[in-house]
Design a protein around this ligand. Structure first.
Ligand code: FMN
Length: 168
């Protein structure tokens, strides 16, 4: 059993979330390949697919949106899960993600679910314009990623894939 994880990350924190998912799947005996959105992906033989992106200005990064757009047919033939990494701060909610875009992503991929995880904002990694923008909106700085929540979500996926309902 093998899962493809496709991730779009600008500053690396969403990629680390995807790496944690790969570790968690391995712990449950499920192999996976991690791809950067934008590089060629072979979905043949994949039992399931996880696609995630960092959120910037309310939207997934373009490469991840394009991936979903261009692989709709293949995605609908297997279980797909989506995740977003974005809101920063302890009281953040997923209201900072464009709901129309999200609905489109779910519809086009046939995803079984979408999960938002808190992200990370490290000013030393940002470009000058990004730093300016995050200062203007008083975005909280820090690493708010909850790896227990990430593991719990991935374990749920592992359970679904290992259950009788999903056959290779
Ligand atoms: C310029 C800028 C704009 C952002 N806009 C949003 C946003 O609209 N919604 C949101 O939830 N998070 C937003 N974020 C937070 C990022 O999604 C968060 O920092 C994420 O963890 C970055 O992931 P990456 O390290 O994989 O690029 C923004 C961050 C920056 C620097």
């Amino acid at each position: 059993m093998s899962v493809a994880i496709i991730v779009a990350s600008r500053h690396g924190s969403t990629r680390e979330i995807a790496e944690e998912m790969a570790r968690c799947l391995r712990h449950h005996g499920i192999g996976s390949t991690l791809y950067e959105a934008g590089e060629p992906v072979n979905l043949r033989g994949r039992t399931g697919v996880i696609i995630g992106s960092a959120v910037y200005m309310g939207r997934w990064l373009k490469e991840a949106r394009t991936f979903v757009d261009e692989h709709q047919e293949e995605l609908r033939q297997r279980p797909v899960w989506l995740f977003s990494s974005g809101p920063v701060g302890v009281n953040a909610t997923n209201q900072t993600i464009d709901e129309v875009m999200l609905t489109e992503l779910v519809t086009h991929s046939g995803a079984l679910g979408h999960q938002t995880f808190l992200g990370k904002l490290d000013p030393s990694q940002l470009s000058r314009s990004e730093r300016l923008l995050t200062r203007i909106v008083h975005a909280p700085e820090g690493d708010f990623r909850d790896f227990d929540a990430i593991d719990a979500w991935t374990e749920e996926i592992a359970r679904t894939l290992l259950s009788d309902r999903i056959t290779e």
